[in-house]
Design a protein around this ligand. Sequence first.
Ligand SMILES: *Cc1c(COP(=O)(O)O)cnc(C)c1O
Length: 231
Amino acid sequence: MIKDNIAAVRERIDAAAKRAGRDPEEIKLIAVSKTMPVEMLKEAYEAGQRDFGENRVQELVPKMEELPADIRWHLIGQLQKNKVKYISGRTELIHSVDSIGLAQFIDKEAKKRGVVSDILFEVNIAGEESKSGFKPEDVLDAAEQISALDGVRIRGLMTVAPLVENAEDNRIYFRNLKHLYIDMQNKNMDNSMVDTLSMGMSGDFEVAVEEGATMVRVGTAIFGKRSYEIT
Ligand SMILES: *Cc1c(COP(=O)(O)O)cnc(C)c1O
């Protein structure tokens, strides 16, 4: 049952937090519902889950329209500029800002609507060829430029760590992202409130929590295996 899965994941988050001497309440669980039918999201909603992650705008928008208005939607997948208008003002947080150009576009759409969009920068922390995201060494300069935009508010960093058998192999990447996050906080930039570090998925969220994640994005461990994968 989805309800039991959520409770089990939550317990594992709390235990990992305690191991690291952290307050479990600092960590928010995002239920990643991509490819899952709305019935399954409703089941999670009934269990009290309110934060959901989707990675495609064309899937997110119909789900938004069908499900209760108090759900907080997180866009976690690559966002094309021409799709920003469909979600502007409607997401809790966009986790996947991977270029200055995209941030400028989000800013422009937000201003049209008189809103401010909360964003994270996606960082390609392991330097994987196949992944999008800022290079770690480019993040602080990009943040400097994006902090000039008052239609967006910089909330922190996100990463998708490598797919590994042993979650411990990702510890170093989570640790490195945490360091970058602290550097970002110390910059005290305009239009920013750097309080969110989004890292950890079904295979590695406990290690991510031990290394400082404030949000984990968990799909499979809640909803089961996806029947197809989307990128
Ligand atoms: C699919 C996805 C997740 C969840 O992955 P699981 O391994 O199923 O927990 C988390 N983050 C992003 C960006 C994703 O695309």
